[in-house]
Ligand binder design. Structure first.
Ligand code: 13P
Ligand code: SF4
Length: 350
């Protein structure tokens, strides 16, 4: 990265001292990650944001839904800054408050709403988290989805899983012993979600038809090809991958899990990783004694994560030094109240 920008970021960070706390998601670029006070997966970053009441400014190097969650979990006095407002998440955009309210009406009409517990993936807007809190549900991340589903099935008989169908299906089938037939997919672009009342009554998992545009591109062919290309390889993927990819893989887990698995791996072992490219490249660099390849060379970076680059970080930090707080992410108090109920429920999961 540009040495001038590196020096400016370092100087601005030093000038701000304890006033600023920089969080970096594992999918961020190296040029940004080097300035993070902590790095983590979505779950760890949510907890770390909540554990820093002394920092006036939380600079979130990640995507919009993560910054919203940090705003909800931090004190009123603290301000959360997202260095580029265009850093969204296409998956989170796949479920809007109106669509989810319509879905709920349909569950009411089918006579099943009383038995349904919503579980919303962290990768969702604050509105969806608030809906989840209002209806007695919980948030989950890729590292606690199993515990969230166990909890939800203690509260009710069915789960409405938003918005990632793959994480929902993978967790239900791999971790909860449910069958693919127990799952139905609600398509917000079809009348009645494309489901009959009977289907809703019979289902245990109602999966929202959302997906990650990056992880959705890994295929069964990607796994078969890498096994041929790298004999003896261990395939490790993120649970946002399609069910058939996860079934064909050797190991599955969140970004933090992937990092720990490689830390514990034997020298000389071979790994194909199915997650975002910035993280895979960083892992390959950090473990020169292991062979680490990207699961599918045709898959790219998460373009919205990549929007946070060093120029944007420098701009955000220098603005704070100048007394301006740029790109503040705020959630309105009513939404925040109910979204916090659902996030606190997640943090309280056993
Ligand atoms: P993690 O919770 O595993 O960090 O994943 C977040 C994410 O956006 C994956 O695409
Ligand atoms: Fe969203 Fe996928 Fe990017 Fe994660 S990798 S932020 S789920 S688009």
């Amino acid at each position: 990265s540009d040495p001038d920008l590196v020096a400016r970021a370092a100087a601005a960070k030093a000038a701000l001292g304890d006033k600023v706390f920089i969080l970096g998601h594992h999918y961020q670029r190296d040029e940004v990650i080097q300035f993070a006070d902590v790095t983590g997966d979505s779950f760890k970053l949510a907890r770390d944001a909540a554990a820093r009441p002394e920092a006036e400014y939380i600079v979130f190097c990640g995507v919009h839904f993560m910054a919203e969650s940090a705003d909800i979990l931090t004190t009123e006095r603290q301000q959360v800054v997202l260095p580029d407002l265009a850093a969204g998440c296409s998956m989170a955009d796949m479920a809007t408050a109106e669509q989810v309210a319509e879905c709920w009406d349909q569950l009411v009409d089918a006579g099943v709403a009383d038995t349904v517990v919503p579980v919303a993936y962290m990768n969702s807007s604050a509105d969806i988290k608030a809906f989840t809190g209002r209806h007695g549900g919980t948030i989950c991340t890729s590292s606690n989805a199993k515990r969230a589903l166990e909890w939800a099935f203690e509260q009710g008989q069915k789960v409405l899983f938003l918005p990632d169908q793959h994480l929902g299906r993978n967790t239900a089938v791999r971790d909860m012993g449910l069958s693919l037939d127990d799952c139905v997919v609600y398509n917000p672009h079809k009348p009645n979600g494309g489901l009959t009342a009977e289907q809703l009554r019979a289902a245990k998992m109602i999966l929202w038809r959302g997906h990650c545009s990056v992880h959705g591109r890994f295929s069964l062919d990607s796994v078969n090809e890498v096994r041929e290309r790298v004999p003896g390889v261990t395939v490790l993927v993120h649970p946002e991958c399609k069910h058939e990819v996860v079934e064909a893989a050797d190991m599955v887990g969140s970004t933090e899990y992937i990092i720990k698995a490689l830390d514990a791996a034997e020298p000389g072992s071979k790994w194909a990783i199915g997650t975002e490219l910035n993280l895979v490249r960083r892992l390959a660099k950090a473990h020169p004694d292991k062979e680490i390849v990207f699961l599918d060379r045709t898959v790219c970076f998460c373009s919205t994560m990549n929007r946070i680059d060093l120029p944007h970080l420098v701009w955000a930090l220098e603005s704070l030094v100048d007394g301006r707080v740029p790109n503040v992410i705020t959630v309105d108090p009513e939404t925040e109240k109910f979204a916090k109920v659902a996030l606190d429920q997640m943090l309280a999961l056993p």
